[in-house]
Every structure is written in C-alpha cells, then in structure tokens.
Design a protein around this ligand. Structure first.
Ligand code: SAH
Length: 209
C-alpha cells in the first residue's frame, strides 16, 4: 500500500502494520485477510472495509492532537482500532480520549466488542449499540467523525455534533454505484464540503430496515 502512495504519514503506516486485520475477520476468512479488498462479515450483508480505504480515510481525517472521534458503523471494529492506534499508540501512555464507535446490528456489536477486547483495544475503543445516524449526543462534540456506511445525504445530527473546525468523512449515495466520499468541515454555521473519491459502501440503515 505504501508503494501505491496511499499511506503518507508514519503514524498511519505504523497503525496499519500494528493491527492484525485477520483478528477482525470470521475465522474461515482469515487466510484472505491480507487481500486489499472488502470482505464479508458472516451472513450479515455487511463488510469489513478494504485496508486501503481505511488508510485513505484515516489519513484524510488527520488524527493529530488527541481528537475526540466518533465512528458510525463499527462492523468488525477494525477501523476503530486503527484510529485508536494512531491516537493512543500501544507503546505510549494513554493520554487521548477513547474512540467511540456505534453499530446498529446487535450481532456485529458483540463481534466488534469481542475483537476489540481480544486484541487489547478495549482501553481505547468503546463499541456502542445504536443508530449512528443520530450520533452520540451525550458524548458530543466530536472533532472527527468517520461514517463507514453510505448516507443519502449528510446526516444533520452528525453535523450538529461536530466541534468548531471539526471534520467528518461521509460516503454519500443511495446506490452501491456512484457513491462519493466527502470531507465536511464545520466552520461556524457553514460547512466546507470537499469531494475526495468515488467509493462503494454498504448503506446506512435505520432500525427495522
Ligand atoms: N468500519 C467497519 C466496516 C463498516 S461496514 C470495519 O472496520 O469493519 C458498515 C457498518 O455500518 C455495518 O456493520 C453496518 O451494520 C453498520 N451500520 C449501518 N447503518 C448503521 C447505522 N445507522 N448506525 C450504526 N451502524 C450502522
């Protein structure tokens, strides 16, 4: 991936090399874990993102300076742990806030929690069950929000929960094809919206759908 020029900072490279993706996959897929593509999470219809996508998103979020981070769509817990490793490296003291990651599928909540615990990240990542489109008002504001599922439009609740100058990455699109990943920066009542790249994410769901 480094050869492809995707990883630009040493912190993100180190985090991707530290976290073993195989430990976030169903056992029967572990041999596939180093293929740079999304992989299915059991029969949930959900996927763990490709490592290069996690790398691009984590790089673009710019996690320097102890940001308060929210992820929407924990899935396996992999991306949350990569962010936690950038923010609170394993070999340092824990001085920054825990990454908060919301997951709507109760089965994946259990899976992500088990992965986070068994890899030793439960001191740096919280997996919360709920509808991430509503954010996590009780812990807001957040300096960074990573939305790991495609929304039809920028979720207003998440914009409201961004801190001043805070940034959110969100894939926008109603179909698996033609989605666009945007970076949204909150500046007062304005939002600076920047297109990053074309992507394909599973849809952001609501309860009962
Ligand atoms: N970041 C994950 C992959 C995310 S796949 C990883 O590293 O493995 C997208 C996830 O978003 C799925 O697990 C899906 O169940 C979850 N999801 C979809 N809609 C959601 C919502 N409204 N709130 C929280 N999670 C949601």
């Amino acid at each position: 991936m480094k050869a492809r020029g995707l990883i630009k900072t040493a912190e993100v490279e180190r985090a991707l090399l530290t976290i073993r993706r195989e430990e976030f996959l169903p056992k029967e897929l572990r041999e596939e874990s180093y293929l740079d593509c999304p992989l299915p999470l059991f029969d949930t219809g959900q996927t763990i993102s490709a490592p290069h996508m996690v790398a691009i998103m984590v790089e673009s979020l710019d996690l320097k300076g102890c940001p308060r981070v929210l992820e929407v769509g924990a899935g396996s817990g992999y991306a949350a742990c990569v962010m936690a490793e950038v923010i609170n490296p394993t070999d340092g003291e824990l001085k920054c806030p825990k990454v908060q990651s919301i997951e709507i599928d109760p089965f994946l909540v259990k899976f992500a929690r088990a992965n986070v615990r068994s890899t030793g990240y439960d001191n740096r990542v919280d997996i919360i069950e709920g509808d991430g489109a509503l954010g996590l008002p009780e812990m807001a504001p957040f300096d960074r929000i990573m939305v790991s599922a495609a929304a039809p439009s920028v979720p207003q609740a998440l914009v409201d929960q961004l801190s001043e100058g805070g940034r959110m990455l969100v894939p926008i699109g109603t179909n698996i094809w033609g989605q666009r990943l945007y970076s949204i920066k909150k500046l007062g009542n304005e939002q600076k919206k920047e297109f990053l790249l074309d992507v394909a994410f599973v849809p952001l769901r609501r309860y009962g759908r």
